[in-house]
Write a protein that binds this ligand. Structure first.
Ligand SMILES: Cc1ncc(COP(=O)(O)O)c(C=O)c1O
Length: 326
């Protein structure tokens, strides 16, 4: 077992690492289409969606870019409360999009009413990080989704669930999420290199009205190929074999049991940490997949203390926490 006390990459089970050694196949072969077809329904099950799921040979940041490029014609609202939301905002600007930001102090969650009020100004899409790994805050997604939908029914909801999907009960369709994106190296416990996006019909219709969506992450192109159980460019075939095997493991454990295990481990890790120092995220909104301590110095101490006995917990150090500045 790898002793990884970071939010991701997480430890990968030996049999999943071994699955990557499957002999190589051609990506236009029947074997590859069969592999892809086997993966799709189980991936949809884990992401709790009936929508298609695009699989890209990239990390999650690639799909942050895809989500905004494919859905924003005029204006985007980005909820910013940590480093990964900052990144999403920067990605939007780097793609020449017009984006506004709705800031909260790092360590605080976003408030549904505040988001609803901002959305009344009129936006194509709302970008929200579900689990802000840099601060350890889990935003109240069901309440935010409901408020956003009520205030601005035509605004698409884009959710980054890089450090929560597969570890937390995340009801993509029930909460009307238009793009739910995640990476392979966190709760999926796979090596890095794959990213997944569950994309609604609404989001696809929006993409069709946007002229310059790029090529590698174009939803319409990905859609054309997903219909044939394939991808436009060469997929990361070894990682697909690992995903195939890991989906079996995840579903054998069962989603409720998996979510409960994550919550229980988070409770243990947080209780351990809280007995030693103050946690950074506001109580009541603490992540079930990572936790955040106040200073780098304490991080070094807690890393050393946790190493010999703890399993599967992870910590992050917020670069811009009020405490770490001092
Ligand atoms: C919440 C969140 N969003 C986005 C990213 C970026 O994902 P990736 O490193 O897979 O590009 C991360 C990475 O840790 C993350 O935690």
């Amino acid at each position: 077992m790898a002793h990884l006390f970071v939010p991701g990459p997480t430890d990968v089970a030996p049999e999943i690492l071994a699955a990557q050694t499957h002999p190589m196949i051609g990506h236009r072969s029947q074997a590859c289409s069969d592999l892809f077809a086997r993966i799709q329904p189980r991936l949809r099950q884990v992401l709790q969606t009936d929508h298609r799921v695009y699989i890209t040979a990239s990390s999650g940041s690639g799909l942050q870019e895809a989500a905004v490029r494919n859905t924003v014609a005029h204006r985007l609202l980005v909820c910013v409360g940590g480093a990964f939301a900052e990144r999403w905002y920067e990605i939007a600007l780097a793609n020449g999009l017009v984006a506004d930001r709705l800031d909260v102090a790092w360590g605080e969650p976003h408030a549904p009413e505040q988001i609803a009020e901002a959305l009344r100004r009129g936006y194509d899409a709302l970008a929200l990080i579900h689990n802000e790994t840099s601060t350890g805050v889990e935003n109240p997604l069901p309440a935010i989704a409901k408020a956003a939908r009520a205030a601005a029914p035509d605004t698409l909801l884009l959710v980054d669930a890089v450090s929560s999907a597969g570890g937390v009960d995340l009801r993509t369709d029930e909460w009307c999420i238009d793009v739910l994106l995640t990476s392979s190296q966190k709760c999926f416990a796979l090596p890095p290199g794959l990213a997944f996006a569950a994309v609604s019909d609404r989001a696809l219709e929006r993409a069709a009205a946007i002229p310059h969506r790029g090529w590698y992450f174009d939803f319409l192109l990905l859609e054309k190929y997903v219909q044939q159980n394939n991808t436009p460019a060469t997929p990361a075939i070894s990682l697909l074999y690992a995903l195939d095997a890991q989906l079996d493991r995840i579903l054998a454990e069962g989603l409720p049991a998996r979510f409960e295990r994550h919550a229980r481990m988070a409770g243990l890790a947080q209780a351990w940490a809280e007995a030693r120092f103050a946690l950074f995220p506001r109580a009541g909104f603490r992540s079930r997949n990572c936790w955040s301590k106040p200073t780098r110095l304490i991080w070094r101490r807690c890393h050393t203390a946790a190493r010999p006995t703890s399993r599967g917990m992870s910590g992050t150090s917020p670069k811009r926490s009020p405490v770490s500045k001092g």
